[in-house]
Design a protein around this ligand. Structure first.
Ligand code: TRP
Ligand code: ZN
Length: 882
């Protein structure tokens, strides 16, 4: 094991040395790529004391030579992760050139960090600290350099040889090899460096910026897949236009390139002028991608593009500030999706991420503020907290300052910090100064972890006093922080009377600000039902003692569609938890207890659904029942198998009660099916019919099976095919297997599509799921070195197959532990992501906890454990110590 030493945010020191320019010369070779790096280094005069050695980061490098101002030096010191030039050797030099040659082995690089091979293409991933796997450097985001990169490669094998910025030379050298030189005029931190060489299909286009400059757009995909690149490229043009219109931000280079690769640890990477994407987030056509895939591609293409300003032009001072670029860029991509597709759908997607994943992270052993204080492995902090809660914090600023106030803050931020590496405080200060606001209390969101819980009570009107809503907030201690303070919470709300009419409230933008532990709001009405946290205006949990009738009232009469959806989820949650609780209190847990839903409830639900005939988007959301993960959030000491059973019972009951409505509507809807196009209207049409079929599938009848079969047979697009498969998975295993086999026959050669197939298998309630997983892992499309495959098969199982993963005998946990021990030796970053379901144990009962802990201990006992897994597993084990 390399040393597992944590770094603290409070230890930040400015770099003693700066590197103004770097000339890289890379000779590509599968096992022995040679890298010559020429660095122009100078003392950082803004640092006071000068007696420091020059300590360059490096990892898995074969050092060949070091030259100082052209002369060989031998005085350097090398340890496992550093090359140190002693102060003695450089103390008389204010500026000097250091040339380093080393070799690396891309072929054996399974970590997919640094330079590696994806299929037959070379590519790089440097964020966060991967540049040190290419050459020795000051691998930190506050060292900004101008890059010139020369790459030597075989012309036949690698027709496309790319790096950041502009192509300045393309020649053939004396050895008959092609030499390509790129120059990026914008100083950048090394995590934004990229190099790609391969044989791709290229899709070209161009974009004229608002000031009239023409930018060449180039998209590189695997041979034969050119036609699947159009959606990504048109999304890119939309993003460029949107950023000009919304934030006045123009692209700055003459060329923007996007490369899609199959082997990639995350979604995509915003390298300056040369984005590298997971092919899953580029390739799309009607036959291979679902509407959700189209949506995600547009959103991620947008995300990486928006980084050009929020991340690249203004970058992070240190990695603790990651949310500075990620939270802000996620917020920007959400606004983009809301404008391009749908505000409601975008918001609901995001709220699900918060409730299902972020709340769970904050309640577990990895809890951290959006700006963490202490880190062992930086890769472990690309989290839903930094990204998604970070985006919620930015959204709150937007709510508080309004559209134009927020824009003024953004303008000032760029005016002050363009070309710099800055902190989260710098961002909030710009927002504050541009608006003359006081955001000091608000800043606590950056330092405090945990999910605030807001409790609201209604105090009835009396003769002398108006009706009042009493608010209080508290944040429970988290694994990283015991003491919590009251935060600054914008709570959007409306109030409706029992007849459904809305009550006028004396609030700015409908938002009540709770910035103390308790506060109250007067409501001038005789009585009412509060509709709380509209649009999820703050990343908190809200408690109000609603009756089921009151939730149904909100569902029918709230002004906000978001709030109607939220009420529907609370209603389902209520029905399922009540049934779950009655099942837990029953003596013989193996006797399945039937669920009974009141007729009145069914009647109101059906009435609401019928009335929404012309709002397919909202209706499809209302017909979608909360996931098991989000149900977990309202419960403690959970028996997961019982929860799955309870959910199944309740949904089955609901499905039966609504079946004649659903069948009639479904049939009417599918009569209107048209040829596939991806746009909001037709996507919503498909979404609704698939939601109906899915709900129907919980009532397993021959009629429904025939409908599913028919759906599969007639589908002319991936959305409906997958809709049929998911419905079959709910209804009948034999039908499911039959359709899955057909699906495999049609798509076995398409890697991206087969990921969906793996993931469907992995989430099915087979009694012999582990044997199946083992068999699937030997499928010719499966490859343990490919993160997409691992996530589809093993990740889907551990995250979403509740019954299989939490099997009573602990076999699911053992399976995951065994897998991760092997995977850790190849790709620790991905292994550490997949360990999440094993470390987020807090909601589960003692039985599960004991068995999970046993597996965590087995992982811990591994002698070659990575820092990545060590950090997470040790924190989880430590959390039981007290
Ligand atoms: N900066 C990337 C993004 O959010 C994230 C990313 C891509 C990443 N690849 C990575 C982070 C590898 C860490 C490691 O757009
Ligand atoms: Zn990002």
């Amino acid at each position: 094991m390399t040393q597992s030493i944590s770094k603290k945010r409070s230890d930040y020191r400015a770099p003693e040395y700066l590197i103004d320019t770097i000339n890289l010369f890379v000779r590509l070779h599968p096992t022995e790529t040679s890298v010559v790096s020429e660095l122009n280094i100078r003392l950082n005069t803004s640092v006071e004391r000068h007696d420091a050695d020059l300590c360059l980061d490096g990892q898995d490098l074969q050092l060949k030579a070091v030259l100082l101002n052209g002369e060989r030096v031998d005085s350097y010191v090398q340890n496992q992760n550093q090359l140190i030039i002693p102060y003695e050797s450089i103390k008389d030099l204010k500026e000097f050139t250091l040339s380093i040659s080393n070799t690396i082995n891309p072929q054996d690089n399974g970590s997919l960090e640094g330079l590696y091979l994806s299929n037959n293409a070379y590519c790089t991933q440097c964020e966060a600290e991967g540049f040190r796997k290419i050459t020795y450097f000051l691998d930190r985001p506050d060292v900004l350099s101008v890059y010139t990169v020369k790459i030597e490669a075989d012309k036949q094998q690698f027709p496309h040889v790319l790096s950041n910025g502009n192509l300045i030379e393309d020649t053939t050298n004396e050895r008959g090899l092609r030499c390509v030189t790129w120059h990026d005029p914008f100083p950048k931190p090394c995590y934004l460096f990229a190099l790609v060489a391969g044989d791709f299909d290229k899709l070209s286009d161009s974009f004229t910026t608002s000031s009239g400059r023409e930018v060449a757009l180039e998209l590189f995909v695997d041979k034969g897949k050119r036609e699947q690149g159009h959606h990504a490229l048109s999304s890119l043009k939309k993003a460029m236009k949107w950023d000009e219109e919304t934030f006045g931000l123009e692209y700055d280079l003459d060329i923007y390139m996007v490369v899609a690769v199959d082997f990639f640890n995350m979604g995509a990477m915003e390298n300056k002028g040369l984005n590298v994407f997971n092919s899953k987030y580029v390739l799309a056509d009607a036959n291979t991608a679902t509407d959700d895939d189209f949506f995600n591609i547009e959103s991620i293409i947008g995300h990486e593009y928006f980084h050009n300003w929020t991340g690249n032009r203004v970058t992070c001072r240190d990695w603790f500030q990651l949310s500075l670029k990620e939270g802000l860029t996620v917020f920007r991509d959400q606004k983009f999706s809301a404008d391009m597709f749908s505000e409601l759908a975008t918001r609901i997607n995001q709220v699900k991420v918060m409730r299902e994943h972020q709340f769970a992270e904050d309640a577990g052993p990895m809890s951290h503020p959006i700006r963490p204080d202490e880190v062992i492995e930086m890769n472990n902090f690309y989290t839903v907290t930094v990204y998604d809660k970070g985006a919620e914090v930015i959204r709150m600023l937007h709510t508080l300052l309004g559209e134009s106030g927020f824009r003024a803050g953004m303008d000032l931020y760029f005016e002050r910090h363009d070309g710099q590496a800055v902190t989260c405080d710098d961002f909030v200060n710009a927002m504050q100064d541009a608006n003359d606001a006081d955001l000091n209390h608000f800043k606590l969101w950056y330092s405090q972890s945990g999910t605030p819980e807001v409790t609201v009570e209604k105090i009835p009107k009396t003769e002398h006093e108006p009706m009042r809503l009493q608010f209080s907030q508290t944040t429970s201690p988290t694994s990283d922080q015991v003491n919590k303070q009251a935060l600054y919470l914008p709570i959007k709300l409306e109030c409706i009377e029992y007849n459904g009419s809305s009550v006028a409230l004396d609030l700015q933008q409908g938002t009540f600000v709770l910035d103390t532990e308790t506060a109250s709001l007067d409501v001038h009405a005789n009585d009412c039902v509060p509709v709380l946290l509209s649009d999820f205006s703050a990343p908190v949990k809200v408690h109000y003692d609603y009756s089921l009738e009151e939730l149904l009232l909100i569902l029918q009469h709230a002004q906000s569609d978001y709030s109607r959806w939220d009420a529907s989820q609370s209603i389902y949650q209520r029905l399922i938890t009540q049934h779950y609780e009655s099942m837990t209190s029953q003596k013989n847990k193996d006797v399945v207890q039937a669920s009974r839903i009141d007729n009145d409830v069914i009647e109101i639900l059906q009435k609401v659904f019928v009335e929404l005939e012309h709002e397919p988007e909202l209706l499809s959301e209302l017909l979608t029942v909360p996931s098991t993960e989000s149900l977990m959030q309202g419960l403690s000491d959970v028996d997961p198998l019982l929860l799955v059973a309870a959910k199944k019972n309740v949904i089955g009951e609901l499905s039966r009660a609504l079946s004649s409505y659903l069948i009639t509507r479904y049939q009417a809807l599918t009569k209107l099916d048209k040829d596939y196009v991806y746009n909001k209207e037709s996507a919503n049409h498909r979404r609704l019919s698939n939601a109906m079929l899915y709900l129907l599938a919980s009532n397993d009848t021959e009629e429904v099976q025939a409908m599913i079969q028919d759906r599969y047979r007639r589908a002319d697009n991936m959305t409906d095919l997958l809709g049929a498969l998911k419905a079959a998975q709910q209804s009948s295993l034999s039908l499911f297997e039959d359709l899955m086999q057909k699906f495999e026959e049609s798509y076995q050669d398409n890697a991206v599509v087969m990921d969906k197939w793996f993931s469907l298998h992995a989430t099915t309630s087979y009694s012999d799921i582990l044997e199946r997983l083992t068999l699937l892992a030997s499928h010719r499309q499966f490859n343990m070195k490919n993160p997409n495959k691992v996530r589809s098969l093993v990740g889907s199982f551990a995250f979403y197959n509740t019954a299989g993963f939490h099997a009573k005998d602990g076999s699911g946990y053992r399976f995951l532990a065994d897998y991760l021990i092997n995977l850790d030796a190849i790709n620790p970053q991905v292994a550490a992501r997949l360990v999440t379901p094993l470390i987020q144990r807090n909601g589960y009962n003692q039985h599960c906890n004991d068995l999970m802990k046993k597996q965590l201990e087995r992982i811990m006992a591994n002698k070659t454990l990575s820092n990545d897994l060590f950090e997470k597993v040790s924190k989880s084990l430590l959390s039981d110590a007290d």
